[in-house]
Design a protein around this ligand. Structure first.
Ligand code: UTP
Length: 292
């Protein structure tokens, strides 16, 4: 069955971005001139996804507003002849069939995905975390869909991370099955002790509806949250689950270092500003080195 539907969980409290995220969703942080969540919707659409459900929560109203028309602004841009801008603000409303549902309480990523159960029904589906972005041309989701189509089994994206960072991620251990493919034996959410693996789960998944019953029975884990990683560990005792070390890089914009790195790297690829930014950064680094 074709992967047609995607879930974008965006209901988290975003505590790493407080105080900013007290009222503004971190998923709306701009990278260049677009909010993070728009890149994620674009990646899904470019990978063949037809229906998207965004999981929202308290203080997340602006995400919904962003994907609907703003008649007053559109009228103003139309009457003042700013047609390029009109096109730009209209574009997010035409990207895909986007639906919204609220997670009642931010009980964790696993609980957020469970909220999409009736929307997904009986088909395979994609999950794209609302705070991890990637350049469209390399679409991680597309790579996962190709693996899913070949192996007909759930698959998750992983990247190698430095030793020091493994405590920030879900880590997978598995046996190599192909150049970039692993069959997973074990998953550990934010490990506190050393593990013989640095393969970190990177926010893109293809799952099947059998995950919902497992999520329903999953008790809160690390941080008191219902963890998708724990449900996936249960899944491995029932069937094959794969990890794919995808090409390209996902940027975690849900913390401010990751956000700054994404903003700088993406800006250095933008032809309107890259030259000026490059000159600025070069001078800044030279000044810092001189002072040291
Ligand atoms: P994170 O763990 O990165 O987000 O979840 P968080 O909990 O909002 O952030 P911190 O750790 O407090 O800073 C990854 C994605 O899952 C969503 C988040 O919105 C984010 O896009 N999420 C997380 C939910 O939808 N519901 C939850 O209960 C938790």
């Amino acid at each position: 069955m074709k992967v047609r539907k995607a879930v974008i969980p965006a209901a988290g409290l975003g505590t790493r971005f407080l105080p900013f995220s007290k009222t503004v969703p971190k998923e709306m942080l701009p990278v260049l001139n677009k909010p993070a969540i728009q890149y994620i919707v674009e990646e899904a659409v470019a990978s063949g996804i037809e229906e998207i459900i965004i999981i929202t929560g308290k203080n997340k109203r602006s995400i919904e507003d962003y994907f609907y028309n703003n008649a007053e602004l559109e009228l103003h841009l139309q009457s003042s002849g700013k047609l390029d801008m009109l096109k730009m603000i209209h574009q997010p409303t035409t990207l895909a069939n986007i639906h919204f549902v609220r997670q009642k309480t931010a009980l964790g990523l696993g609980d957020a995905i469970l909220t999409a159960r009736s929307f997904i029904g009986n088909e395979p589906f994609a999950v794209l975390l609302g705070d991890m972005i990637m350049e469209k041309s390399l679409s991680c989701l597309n790579q996962l869909i190709n693996v899913y189509n070949e192996y007909k089994a759930p698959v998750i994206a992983v990247e190698q991370v430095p030793d020091l960072e493994i405590g920030n991620y879900g880590i997978v251990l598995g046996e190599k099955k192909g150049e970039r493919l692993y069959r997973i034996h074990r998953l550990v959410e934010k490990p506190k002790t050393e593990l013989p693996s640095r393969m970190a789960i990177m926010g893109r998944y293809i799952l099947e509806p059998d995950i919902f019953d497992i999520l329903n029975d999953t008790k809160p884990g690390v941080g008191g949250e219902v963890q998708l990683t724990d449900a996936l560990q249960t899944l491995t005792s029932k069937r094959s689950l794969y990890a794919y070390q995808h090409e390209g890089k996902l940027y975690d914009v849900g913390n401010y270092l990751g956000y700054l790195i994404a903003s700088i790297e993406w800006s250095l690829k933008n032809e309107d500003i890259r030259d000026s930014l490059y000159i600025f950064l070069k001078k800044l680094i030279a000044d810092i080195e001189e002072k040291n």
